[in-house]
Write a protein that binds this ligand. Sequence first.
Ligand code: GLU
Length: 468
Amino acid sequence: MPEISQSTKRVRTRFAPSPTGFIHLGNIRSALYPWAFARSTGGDFILRIEDTDLERSTQASVDVILQGMAWLGLKPDEGPYYQMQRMDRYKDVLAQLLAEGKAYRCYMSVDALNALREHQLATKQKPRYDGTWRPEPGKTLPPIPEGVKPVLRFRNPQEGVVAWDDKVKGRVEVSNAELDDLVIARPDGTPTYNFCVVVDDMDMRITHVIRGDDHVNNTPRQINIFHALGHEPPIYAHLPTVLNEQGEKMSKRNGAKAVTQYRDEGFLPDAVINYLARLGWSHGDEEIFSREQFVEWFNLDHLGKSAAQFDEAKLRWVNAQHMKQMDDAALAQLVGEQLARRAITADERLPAICGLFKERSETTVALADSAQAFYVDKKPSAEDLQQYVTDAVRPALSTFAEKLASAEWSKEAIYGAITETLKSHGLKMRPFGTAVRVVVLGTPHTPSLDVVLALQPREKVVAKLRAA
Ligand code: GLU
């Protein structure tokens, strides 16, 4: 029976990070798109940790991957699978390829390989393995040297081309003559990177590989291994690089932050998803959209072809738009978490406080900074006191204190007390209101005075005004 084509099977995508260094926003975009594609097609999204580089892989890096994905709500349907736990399987497949004559042992020493490479470079040839140990009908192989542990090489086809229809790059064709016989197992028998990826993508029945275009050179080699294993390769989409603000490839080495740092800095998961979604994909002119809309709209036909550039100011703007649209109670939940980190316990006033400040805050951290003034006394600075709490307004502050002492504690009644005080002292709102803000809240800038005061305990407001 012919194999069912990848394009008509149930979609299965994967994110396959190597846990070497902290995953940043550029990396996590390679999780977002396969996740969204699986969600939008009713398929499965698989997480696979490619941890075979024992020297560079760390548990801390795995933790950032898992926490970052959980925070952003990129929940895998399967996994995490760990490549280190699949070694036996890779070794079985290596043995199978060897038995079928699709892989062979190569005893060329490192010195001999280096000499070959130097010679090729000196004679202006592309450095490549010369096939010394590749078995061919009628060819006599060199005698096996003693005490040398062989590597296993994949017997790459020598004729024809490897071609695929990349969802981003279009048709890509690579001549097999360009590809030499790849090492698929090291002398100690451990499998190499490209080989493990193919076995995993095959075993995990991946239909669509959506990954960074730094892997595009591996693809023809991987496709050949797929064919050798008798499997149809997946559909590929190679995403253009994400550049940082300086136009360099985004990387931890040049300042990219770990994904989880955005959580700590007060960004909303849905805003980060929205921002990242637009970094290499578009749906008309839509800039601000929900996670649900993104999943509904996402497909592989509108992926950008050129590199995208990260822009933190735009991310902040997108975050601010999402904060504005968010329900006060839901926002209070997140701001409450930020306050808890500062050992401040919020109360039932927090949703209203969030409602007051959400239009003017870009992050939940900034919102928590404003909310904090309602929970911890902020002492006004000497400069603010001197500038705003002048002899001209001081008598009005004490009138206002007495009015508030007996007023009903509501925004409307406080508003009434403000207008009466202004009238009896012949004052304008601005100097009076600023002085009250400085005295009560320790800052000259707050939203509407009546609303802000109503959210403070009466005793505190009155006592502070009396003492001014
Ligand atoms: N582990 C690879 C990386 O982190 C990704 C491999 C793949 O997606 O095929 O770059």
